[in-house]
Design a protein around this ligand. Sequence first.
Ligand SMILES: Nc1ncnc2c1ncn2[C@@H]1O[C@H](COP(=O)(O)OP(=O)(O)OP(=O)(O)O)[C@@H](O)[C@H]1O
Ligand SMILES: [Mg+2]
Length: 143
Amino acid sequence: MTTTNWIKLEIPSDTRNVAFARTAVALFASQLDWTLDELEDIKVAVSEAVSNSVIHGYGLQDGIIHMDVSYQGSELRIRIEDFGKGIEDLEAAQEVGYTSIPEERMGLGFTFMHEYMDEVLVTSELGMGTTVTMIKRVGQQES
Ligand SMILES: Nc1ncnc2c1ncn2[C@@H]1O[C@H](COP(=O)(O)OP(=O)(O)OP(=O)(O)O)[C@@H](O)[C@H]1O
Ligand SMILES: [Mg+2]
């Protein structure tokens, strides 16, 4: 049996595609031996990252989101990339409760990603876009 596998998805930036992206990644991830809670964690993290690309990266304008999902052994890697406006201060953006739209949002998306995944790496360039890479390993859940 192969211990590696991958999918690549390309979706238009659209809030309607957030649920698709979340479910597609969960279905792919189901090939590994997660608990139901861990699968829920993965879904939330994907929703938050894709929503951020739609809402902040593209500001609800047209755009494309690339998703690369793969596993090697028991390590799942999810990469979500947009080509939108980018993030000026990566550290500030990932602080709990930080949001650039305080009248509408909670500023908790990155907090959930960090909470639910084992590793989260964000890279970004203003005017070029943002890439979020998240890793989760089977069997790491704390009881
Ligand atoms: N893909 C992105 N492109 C541009 N800016 C982003 C992107 N993702 C996040 N940001 C910036 O980082 C901030 C923090 O993101 P985070 O997801 O933590 O909170 P939020 O999206 O503002 O609120 P919530 O996720 O609770 O709805 C955003 O307000 C936005 O300014
Ligand atoms: Mg968010």
